[in-house]
Design a protein around this ligand. Structure first.
Ligand SMILES: Cc1ncc(COP(=O)(O)O)c(C=O)c1O
Length: 438
């Protein structure tokens, strides 16, 4: 495939924008990122005129696919009226009411522009509500890039400090102050016994347990049978708040999000990426008695652009589309995801390449190169994968017009715009790609 213009744009852009990209992970598209020109449905088109079936979906948000007419119409209607005046508007209550209808833990809700911000808000609420400082998080769980939580995430840390030091607690980036580590307790995920012991010893200083209910940034690791229920019981017993970071899983796993899917209701939660259908609007919410700390002005939460009316209109259009006919689109997207999971597994198997594909229900899954019969159950398991082979596979797919997550253990996302035909084409192209790297 000819990507001359992309290469030229990369050379030009990286002179003025570090790595030529606006967010770090985008720089991992070796040998250079693809520069896109436009998109429609399930397809992306680059500046050189190449077409790709897309499973990255903007890292998750494009759940309706690209250029969805209902979103465009809703936004255009609102654009004619105005797009932001730093004051409330009618769509705010409509959006909040709709979210409260679908997200089980939401009794009240507020909005931000990014998942990182909303995670930040829930931590502040938890600390204010409990009067305690520490947040308990889990190895490998990503909750955004802010100083106080971007910890114990990078796989590189494993080679830096060794797995024998357990559990490890390590900053994610130079520039973060060491002092943030004092306010964090870090544990391996999916281990109830360890959590019970830790809460027994330290609950008096822990404000909240923060986790993704499905570990989505790492191969899509489902919770062990009974794990979420156990965490819920323990956090209640020790009077510690439970926060589900559903930045990815919110409105993705099901309309009711992972909390509805598993029937475990946290105290607070963040529902983010899918909400705006590609526009930056995210929600956080939960128990009324906690959220009301903001109503009483005891906890400050702010943001110049929060819940601007045009983005609120986009979010309402997305929610309407997703909830149509009782959320039938989730069944359709999940059927396509299951078909692709099976097709990829068969294609890899036919050329004897070990590929592990795992999901947790819902329209997304993770793919990594390792023994297909060895499930990844926590962050540490996930080190045992062949990242180089993934990179070669990703490249071979890109050359054949299929665009996937840049890094090993990455996600395949599905949208309502994906069709059976996309899956059939992808399986054929993946078979060729596996053959090429075999
Ligand atoms: C689970 C999770 N939490 C938080 C974030 C941060 O969200 P944002 O990139 O919108 O700041 C992400 C981003 O990918 C995420 O996957």
């Amino acid at each position: 495939m000819n990507r001359t213009k992309s290469a030229q744009l990369f050379e030009r852009t990286r002179e003025v924008v570090p790595c030529g990209v606006a967010s770090q992970v985008r720089s991992l598209m070796e040998p250079h990122p693809v520069y896109f020109d436009h998109a429609k449905g399930s397809r992306l088109y680059d500046v050189d005129g190449n077409e790709y079936i897309d499973y990255l979906l903007g890292y998750g948000p494009m759940i309706l696919g690209y250029h969805h007419q209902a979103v465009i119409d809703a936004m255009e209607r609102q654009l004619q009226k105005g797009w932001g005046w730093g004051a409330p508007h009618e769509l705010l209550s409509e959006l909040a009411e709709k979210l409260i209808e679908v997200v089980p833990c939401y009794e009240m809700v507020r909005f931000n522009n990014s998942g990182s911000e909303a995670v930040h808000a829930t931590q502040r609420l938890a600390r204010a509500y409990t009067g305690r400082n520490k947040i308990l998080k889990f190895e490998g769980h990503y909750h955004g890039w802010y100083d106080n939580i971007y910890v114990s995430h990078l796989p590189e840390a494993e080679s830096m400090i060794g797995l024998e030091r357990a559990p490890w607690k390590v900053l994610g980036s130079p520039g973060q102050p060491e002092s943030v580590l004092e306010d964090l307790v870090v544990l391996p995920w999916n281990n109830l016994e360890l959590l019970a012991k830790t809460l027994q010893a330290q609950a008096h200083e822990i404000a909240a347990v923060l986790m993704e209910p499905i570990m989505s940034n790492c191969a899509v690791i489902p919770p062990n049978e009974g794990y979420l229920e156990g965490v819920r019981e323990l956090t209640r017993e020790y009077d510690v708040l439970l926060i589900f970071d559903e930045v990815i899983t919110g409105l993705r796993v099901a309309l009711t999000s992972a909390q509805g899917h598993f029937g475990v209701t946290p105290d607070l939660s963040i529902v983010a990426k899918a909400l705006g259908g590609g526009f930056p609007i995210v929600s956080f919410g939960g128990r009324r008695d906690i959220m009301e700390l903001m109503a009483r002005r005891q906890v400050v939460h702010a943001g110049t652009f929060n819940a601007g009316p045009v983005r609120a209109a986009a979010a309402l259009a997305v929610l309407n589309e997703l909830s149509r006919d009782g959320g039938v689109v989730y069944e359709q997207m999940t059927a396509l995801a299951n078909k692709l999971m099976q097709g990829l597994a068969d294609a890899a198997d036919s050329v004897n390449i070990p590929v592990r594909i795992q999901g947790s229900g819902g329209p997304f899954f993770g793919l990594s190169f390792r023994d297909p019969d060895k499930p990844i159950t926590n962050f540490r398991d996930s080190f045992d994968t062949d990242a180089e082979l993934y990179t070669r596979f990703r490249w071979e797919l890109l050359e054949r017009g299929v665009h996937i997550f840049p890094t090993d253990k990455g996600l395949f996302y599905f949208s309502t715009a994906h069709a059976e035909e996309d899956i059939d084409i992808t399986i054929d192209r993946a078979a060729e790609a596996f053959q090429a790297i075999a």
